[in-house]
Structures are given as C-alpha cells and as structure tokens.
Design a protein around this ligand. Structure first.
Ligand code: DGY
Length: 311
C-alpha cells in the first residue's frame, strides 16, 4: 500500500485534497480502523482530529513519520514531547479559531444569563401566555468582574467581548505572570487564582490542557467562586472537577454552567444532563465554515513544509 498522508477526514474546504495532489498518496480511513492501522506503518504524515488521541505506541508503529497535523489549536491529544524526541514535526492551527471560540463562549454566556433555551422551549411548547413582569428573569452583566483563565489570544478575544458588555475582565495565566494584560481596548490585571476566583461573577476557561492545568479547578477552588457565579468552558473538560461543579449547581451555589467540552467526551458524565442551569454544546468552538476551512489551510501548509524535500 502506498500512503504518504494518513487521516480520517477530508476536513473542511479543499486544502487537504490539494495537499494530497501535491504529495501523493493521501489515504483516508476511520481512526484506528483496520485500514487506518494497516496504513500507519507507511505514513509520512498523519492528520488527527481533536477526538483522535495519539499515543507513543502509534509513533512506534509509524517509523516513516515526519509530521503530525492536529486539526485544532489544542495539542493535548498528541504526544508532543515524544514527537520532539523523534524529530517528528507537530503542526496545529493557532490564531485562526480565536474569534470563533470567543464568540461561542459569549453565546454560552448570553444563553445562560438570559435563559435563552428556556425561553425558546416555552414559545415552542405553545403554552406561552404572554409577557409577564417576572417571566424568565435573567441576570445582568454590566459592572461585574469576569475571570478569564488564560491570557492568550482566545482569552483576550473573550475579554474584548465581555468588556463591550460593560464587564471588567480579570486574568489568570498558567505562567504565573503578574502585571497587566493589554487586550486591545483596555488593560486588565493578571491575578493569582486564589484572588481571581472569589471576584468572578463569570469565569471563562481559555487555557490549554497540560499536566500543569489538569484539574486546575478542583472542588476547593470552585467553592471559592461567589454565590451565583457562572462558569463557561470552551477549552477542555479536564481543566475542571466536573462532579464538583455539578454538585455546586445542584446545591444552588453556582448560578450556571455553559459547556462546550467535557472530560472523556463525547461520553459525558450523565449527571450533566440533569444538572440545573446548564447549556450543553457538542464541542462547537471552532465550528464555522470559515474557521474550519482556515484551520485546514494552515494545517496543510505546515504539513507541506514538513514533507517538502528541502527540509
Ligand atoms: C481546538 O482547536 O483545540 C478545538 O478544541 C477544536 O477546534
């Protein structure tokens, strides 16, 4: 079998097909299917989705591998250190999904605080009896602090959005940096986690999942959020102790949770389905036509560079 590039999906847009025309042969098969497994030993480049975790065993089985293209900005599903040790280039898609992901976090925030799903369900049920002074009251945002975990591009893009709503962004960064973040229209402080959490009426997660950040929001830290706080997670499920968050929603301490990502997704803790004041989405952060095409383009440019003979 002749295989140069192995992936499971054509991605969005023409970029991967174009790459396959430039560097034949492109082979697509479901991840870990018998066809995929059979093609792996021949592959010089792999394309993996965020739902396709690679292991060092895969690298052992792919002695010709020169590059891995992750169709994501997150790299928690790729054994990056082992790739570095073996001289395998790792390409991902930073930058192009910043706005789409920040937009989705904002959509979760608005859906939760203005009770959009409940309102929509009421209208569709055919039982809406008309405007009432206390019907489906939400919570305002202006003048409140918004804690943002991660002061990189997505965290800053989210800060611009909540700033436009009149909120005050405050940041925490995994590098332990202090000082201020210049997020464009304004500057905001970087605080220790223990100082940020008790102030955060809204807490939005925008940092990568690494050995350092796994379980960052444990039960103790979640309990320090103010009563009624809303959590948004468009980053990775493993950043937060989900059973603890569910317990705090059930007890009424947390005001809501808007989630796009889950520990162990797509199988999620079944308690999420019954947890009150939640909006649950199926990992849609980067899911716009423009963004997914731009991700494919960036990934394929990186793989082309890694596969070109001058390298
Ligand atoms: C990412 O890029 O890491 C998202 O989770 C998927 O687009």
């Amino acid at each position: 079998m002749s295989v140069r590039i192995l992936g499971s999906s054509p991605l969005v847009g023409p970029a991967l097909a174009d790459l396959g025309a430039r560097f034949p042969d492109l082979h697509l098969a479901p991840f870990r299917s018998p066809e995929w497994n059979a093609a792996l030993p021949q592959a010089e480049a792999l394309v993996v989705l965020v739902s396709e975790p690679l292991t060092e065993t895969d690298l052992d089985a792919a002695p010709k591998l020169k590059a891995i293209g992750a169709y994501s900005v997150g790299l928690n599903h790729v054994p990056v250190a082992a790739c570095r040790d073996r001289g395998i280039a790792v390409v991902n898609t930073p930058g192009v999904l910043t706005d789409a992901t920040a937009d989705l976090a904002l959509a979760l925030l608005m859906a939760l605080t203005r009770r959009l799903a409940e309102g929509e369900a009421l209208v569709r049920s055919g039982t809406w009896e008309g405007w009432a002074p206390d019907q489906l009251l939400g919570r305002g945002l202006a003048g409140k602090d918004c804690g943002i975990l991660g002061s990189g591009p997505i965290g800053q893009a989210f800060a611009r959005r909540v700033w436009a709503l009149g909120m005050r962004p405050i940041f925490w960064d995994r590098e332990g940096l202090g000082g201020e973040v210049d997020f464009g229209p304004d500057r905001a402080p970087r605080l220790p986690l223990a100082d940020l959490l008790p102030r955060s009426a809204v807490l939005s997660l925008h940092c990568p999942l690494t050995d350092q950040t796994r379980g960052l929001l444990d039960r103790t830290s979640l309990e320090t959020l103010p009563a009624g706080a809303v959590i948004l997670n468009t980053a990775r499920g493993g950043l937060m102790d989900e059973p603890a968050a569910i317990g705090l929603l059930e007890s009424g301490h947390l005001g809501g949770a808007g989630l796009d990502v889950y520990e162990g997704e797509p199988r999620l803790n079944p308690r999420w389905l019954g947890a009150p004041r939640t909006v649950l989405l199926p990992h849609l952060g980067s899911a716009t036509v423009e963004t997914r095409a731009a991700m494919a383009h960036l990934l394929c440019e990186g793989l082309a560079a890694a596969l070109s003979p001058t390298r």
